[in-house]
Design a protein around this ligand. Structure first.
Ligand code: ATP
Length: 325
């Protein structure tokens, strides 16, 4: 039996005013998460990720469908969710008035730990996430990234075998982000914890994800291992060109590339087949194009490229052939 079995999940928001059209946020979602798996949910803003996890955590009632978590029917018994899983939502916590130390310890107690065990876990998780120096500070006095880290510490406390983490690393500096990814990975390796992870931080999450579902417009448009998803993009490579001042459009080969490039300031990003990429590199590393070039990088496809290619509704993304949902 999978740890989580979702089938045919539907959720439509109907606005308070009649003139607002309803939003079908989840349009028939089915997925299975195995025990001990770190399962990622990726997708552009508004794809329906938070709607999905709020239903899985018993906070929102689906219109239709079935959710079975660790053998429990959560549509029929949504109040069981807090006993079965730990949920880190996007919003701040109800424990905002407490110090970091007390927030983590209290969460441990609420999840059934005795006082000594809760103190022991508190010390361990604060140490693991590098929060020792902030232990005595109230959450509402911390910076955004610090507070988020404290919320992660609380979510990781109390030995829940299923974690639902919605954008755990938002606002964090690289050291904190790394500590969070390691802590999540450690829960899986040492305790067999199952993790459902919503994140836009694709390139960092890639290292810990076993499988990934890509959501778009309330539907799952792809679900596979990171390697399986990358294979869908084929053998394309990503070429980033950074121009010194302005692109040398007087070079015809450069001018021809403009329509295919994702352009952000002086940076052009292109996804190309290996042969085409070799040709472009040859062009931009000689003559007037080279004189105008500040930097370039050539990289194989990352999960972020896959995410952009599959969910690419955002403007400015390079969307090339060969990828389907
Ligand atoms: N309470 C609500 N009332 C009406 N519409 C809503 C409500 N919450 C979400 N929506 C809409 O439902 C859709 C899905 O929203 P959701 O928050 O699930 O997306 P998301 O994938 O989590 O996005 P993000 O990456 O920005 O967090 C969006 O179109 C959103 O505007």
């Amino acid at each position: 039996m999978p740890a989580l079995d979702v089938s045919g999940l539907e959720k439509t928001y109907r606005g308070p005013r009649r003139n607002r059209s309803p939003v079908r946020a989840n349009a028939g979602i089915s997925l299975r998460v195995r025990h001990g798996e770190i399962f990622g949910l990726l997708g552009p803003n508004g794809a329906g990720k938070t709607t999905l996890v709020r239903q899985l955590t018993g906070l929102l009632r689906p219109d239709a469908g079935r959710i079975t978590l660790l053998g429990h029917d959560l549509c029929r018994h949504p109040r069981r969710a807090p006993r079965l899983l730990a949920y880190l939502g996007q919003q701040s916590t109800a424990l905002d008035e407490l110090t970091v130390s007390l927030a983590v310890e209290t969460t441990g107690r609420l999840r059934g730990l005795g006082a000594p065990a809760a103190r022991h876990e508190r010390d361990a998780v604060l140490d693991e996430l590098g929060l020792g120096a902030l232990a005595g500070r109230p959450l509402n006095s911390l910076s955004g990234g610090e507070r988020r880290l404290a919320c992660v510490a609380a979510a990781l406390t109390g030995h829940r075998s299923f974690l639902v983490l919605d954008e755990p690393t938002t606002g964090m500096d690289p050291v904190a982000r790394r500590a969070v990814w390691s802590a999540i990975d450690r829960r899986r390796t040492e305790r067999g914890t199952t993790v459902l992870l919503v994140t836009h931080n694709v390139s960092e999450a890639e290292a810990v994800l076993d499988r990934v579902a890509v959501l778009d417009g309330g539907r799952i448009i792809a679900c596979d291992t990171p390697a399986g998803l990358k294979a869908r993009v084929g053998d394309e490579v990503r070429l980033d060109l950074v121009w010194r001042d302005r692109p040398p459009l007087e070079v015809p080969a450069v001018a021809a590339l403009r329509a295919r490039a994702g352009i952000a300031g002086r940076r052009w990003t292109l996804r190309l087949g290996p042969e085409a990429a070799r040709g472009v590199v040859a062009t931009v590393t000689t003559g007037p194009a080279f004189a105008a070039l500040e930097d370039f990088t050539l990289a194989t496809v990352s999960l972020e490229d896959v995410y952009l290619a599959l969910g690419g509704r955002s403007p400015g993304l390079v969307r090339e052939g060969g990828v389907t949902g």
